[in-house]
Design a binder for this molecule. Structure first.
Ligand SMILES: Cc1cc2nc3c(=O)[nH]c(=O)nc-3n(C[C@H](O)[C@H](O)[C@H](O)COP(=O)(O)OP(=O)(O)OC[C@H]3O[C@@H](n4cnc5c(N)ncnc54)[C@H](O)[C@@H]3O)c2cc1C
Length: 246
C-alpha cells in the first residue's frame, strides 16, 4: 500500500512561465531510474495527487521533478506556486515499468520525449546501465518553444563528454532554433529526418523508448511499426517501450 512521506520544497526552478523543476528534500527511499511517484497537496476536499516521474537518479538524494502547469488542472498549477520551504507529500514505493530492465538488448538506445517526458531519461542516463548496455545513445527532446528545452546545458555537456556515443537532438515545433530540428517527432521519424540527423538507420539493433504526449506515442508507434519495430511487451519482446503521461 502507498505510504506518504512529508517532503519540503528546496527550490522551484523556473525554465519559463509554465515549466518548472521542483526540487524536494524527503526521507530517502529506493526506486529504479525511470519510475514515478505521486505528489500530493492537501486541498479543501482532501489530498489531490498525481503521478510525476523522478528526474534525479537513485543515487541522488534530492528529488527532482520536471512539471508543466496545465491550465485549469487540479494539481499542477498549485505545484507551480510552491516556494522553497513549502510542504508537499510524496508517495512511495515508486511505481512503473518504464525502466531499462524492461528494455531488451540492442546496439542503440533511442530516447524520444515530448515536453516533461524528458524526466525519466535524465534519471536513466545518470545510472551506469545504459552506458554499459548500449553502444550508442540518442536523446530526442521535442518541445514547442526553445524555452521548453529544459536541462539543455546538462545534455549538451553530456554530448561533449561522450563524443560518438551520446547524441542530444532538440526538436522545436513552433519556432526556428539554431541547432534544433523542426517538426513533430512522428513526422521526423516517418520522413527519415531523425535517421539523417543521427546518422543511423532504424533497424532491429535499435531499442526505442517513447515518453510524454499520447498523440506522439500513438503516431510514433504507428510509424515505427511501418519500419518493422513493434511495441515491447513482457509476453512478446519488441523494440518500442512507451510511457504515456495522459
Ligand atoms: C506515469 C506518469 C508520469 C507522469 N509524469 C509527469 C511529469 O514528470 N511531469 C508532468 O508535468 N506531468 C507528468 N504526468 C502527468 C501528471 O500526472 C498530471 O496528469 C498533470 O500534471 C496534470 O495534472 P492536473 O491535476 O494539473 O490536471 P488535471 O485536472 O488532472 O487535468 C488533466 C488533463 O490535463 C492534460 N495534461 C496532463 N498532463 C499534461 C501535460 N504534461 N501537458 C499538457 N497537458 C497535460 C490532459 O488533457 C489531462 O486530461 C505523468 C503522468 C503519468 C501517468
Amino acid at each position: 500500500m502507498a505510504q506518504w512521506l512529508d517532503a519540503q520544497v528546496l527550490e522551484n526552478h523556473r525554465w519559463n512561465p509554465t515549466l518548472f523543476s521542483l526540487r524536494l528534500k524527503a526521507p530517502p527511499f529506493d526506486f529504479v531510474a525511470g519510475q514515478f511517484v505521486r505528489l500530493g497537496l492537501e486541498g479543501p476536499d482532501g489530498r489531490v495527487q498525481r503521478a510525476y516521474s523522478l528526474v534525479n537518479s537513485p543515487s541522488d538524494p534530492t528529488l527532482d521533478f520536471l512539471v508543466t502547469a496545465v491550465p485549469g488542472g487540479k494539481l499542477s498549477p498549485s505545484l507551480d506556486n510552491l516556494q522553497a520551504g513549502d510542504s508537499i507529500q510524496v508517495s512511495q514505493p515508486a511505481s512503473g515499468f518504464f525502466v531499462l530492465d524492461e528494455v531488451p538488448d540492442g546496439n542503440s538506445l533511442w530516447l524520444l520525449a515530448t515536453g516533461t517526458g524528458l524526466g525519466p531519461y535524465l534519471s536513466i542516463l545518470g545510472t551506469e546501465s545504459p552506458w554499459q548496455r548500449f553502444q550508442h545513445i540518442k536523446l530526442v527532446h521535442g518541445v514547442r518553444f526553445a524555452s521548453d528545452l529544459a536541462y539543455r546545458e546538462r545534455l549538451e555537456q553530456m554530448q561533449k563528454d561522450n563524443p560518438g556515443r551520446f547524441q542530444y537532438l532538440p526538436v522545436v515545433t513552433r519556432e526556428k532554433v539554431a541547432g534544433a530540428l523542426q517538426g513533430r517527432l512522428p513526422d521526423l521519424l516517418a520522413s527519415g529526418e531523425l535517421e539523417n540527423a543521427t546518422n543511423e538507420t532504424l533497424s532491429h539493433d535499435c531499442q526505442m523508448m517513447l515518453c510524454g504526449n499520447p498523440d506522439m506515442i500513438r503516431d510514433g508507434l504507428k510509424v515505427l511499426a511501418e519500419k518493422g519495430l513493434q511495441k515491447n511487451l513482457r509476453r512478446q519482446p519488441g523494440h518500442v517501450t512507451v510511457e504515456q503521461y495522459w
